[in-house]
Design a protein around this ligand. Structure first.
Ligand SMILES: Nc1ncnc2c1ncn2[C@@H]1O[C@H](COP(=O)(O)OP(=O)(O)OP(=O)(O)O)[C@@H](O)[C@H]1O
Ligand SMILES: [Mg+2]
Length: 363
């Protein structure tokens, strides 16, 4: 099979023929082409990039994104095209803007409940949350963790979803964790350290937790797992929280020393209302919401609700993830898609989110 396939320079030239309405320059010259991917696949070249614009201007840039996609599609040999329009962070947590050291994060949350215990040798703890079940929170947790690891960070994932722990399946780990020197050893999979409430019990499907039990189990996994050592601390621990915004969730986030949260939503209005509630919950305990991810966007559910909602909440929109059977299959097979296809479209989208999260958390 020989396609006439464009190289990066040709792709950039095509994008420079699309004019940025603000600067009057071509898109590449205007610095609006980020994370450009030009990858050969069986059916032709897949081309895509991320266009990051000020939150207030996403509407202005929607037609520009469409024009960029059309320009890429018009190149001979290009089979698949994706241009992701994301809003720049409107606000960063105070510790960044205040110029404090990242270590000072916990000292500047007035009224925040004092965390019971910070896990040893863990630099940052990030929660992945959703107001509603089944929106792809666990999928985002493992793939974001893999994207953070791809940046060279030391990353752990903690499955705190007492209602339906799914990280063992999604990362392909099983078996009770080993105890050594009073600590549980996390499983290692795809470069990630994995611990799940599902590994601590025999029958994960029959688990019914009440609030105190649930938070005790999670505190235990958080503080008694050997996430890092003095010599090699864990850079970031990604915590997959149980869905919902009830008492169990509130207790958990009060007891877990969180540095930030990412909220996952689907475009449906009902999920969005729940995303709002999740954001409110984090505001209550002074944990900064680092942004919103819209999952399963596309024909079925519509698109853009997440972005609009992020704007209303005043939190950054971190991007959208299309409904994609490959994402589900990879999860079912125990390998996060980001790890299975590090050069794919999904990996590229998560790389953008990972870059933002790493930047804001200072890792
Ligand atoms: N973008 C996507 N495209 C296709 N399938 C997806 C996508 N995101 C998630 N899925 C699939 O949808 C199902 C639910 O996703 P996931 O388990 O990540 O959601 P969750 O919010 O963690 O759910 P729960 O509330 O049960 O914990 C899974 O089978 C997953 O593989
Ligand atoms: Mg889940």
């Amino acid at each position: 099979m020989s396609h006439p396939s464009p190289d990066r320079d040709q792709v950039l030239a095509a994008l420079d023929a699309v004019i940025d309405p603000k600067s009057g320059q071509g898109l590449a010259a205007a610095g609006l082409v980020q994370g450009l991917t030009v990858a050969a696949a069986d059916d032709g070249v897949r081309a895509g990039f991320v266009m990051e614009v000020p939150a207030r201007e996403t509407a202005v840039y929607a037609p520009v994104r469409d024009a960029a996609e059309a320009a890429l599609r018009a190149l001979p040999g290009v089979a698949r095209v994706s241009v992701v329009l994301t809003a720049e962070a409107v606000q960063k947590p105070r510790f960044k803007t205040a110029g404090l050291s990242p270590q000072a994060v916990h000292q500047i949350r007035p009224n925040a409940p004092v965390p019971t215990e910070r896990p040893a040798h863990v630099r940052r703890v990030l929660a992945i949350a959703s107001g509603k079940g089944g929106v792809g929170k666990s999928t985002v947790a493992v793939n974001l963790a893999a994207a953070l690891a791809a940046r060279g960070l030391s990353v752990g994932v903690l499955d705190a979803d007492v209602y339906g722990p799914s990280l063992p399946t999604m990362t392909g780990v099983s078996g009770k964790p080993e105890y050594r020197d009073d600590r549980m050893e996390p499983h290692l999979a795809h470069g990630l350290k994995v611990m799940s409430v599902g590994l601590l019990t025999e029958k994960t499907d029959a688990m019914v937790w009440r609030g105190p039990m649930a938070s005790q189990a999670i505190t235990q996994m958080l503080t008694q797992t050997r996430w890092g050592t003095e010599a090699e601390p864990l850079d970031i621990l990604v915590v997959d929280l149980p869905p919902g915004t009830g008492d169990v969730q509130l207790t958990l986030i009060q007891k877990t020393p969180l540095d930030g949260a990412v909220i996952v939503t689907t475009p449906q209005e009902v999920a969005l209302a729940d995303a709002r509630r999740a954001h409110t919950l984090f505001q209550k305990v002074k944990v900064p919401t680092l942004g919103l991810i819209e999952n399963m966007s596309g024909d079925v559910f519509g698109r853009g609700g997440g972005e609009a909602e992020a704007g209303r909440l005043g939190v950054p929109f971190l991007g959208d993830l299309p409904l994609d059977a490959a994402l589900r299959q990879a999860g079912d097979a125990g390998t996060p898609l980001v790890a299975a296809e590090p050069d794919g479209d999904t990996a590229r989208r998560f790389a953008v989110v990972a870059a933002r999260v790493a930047d804001v958390l200072g890792v």
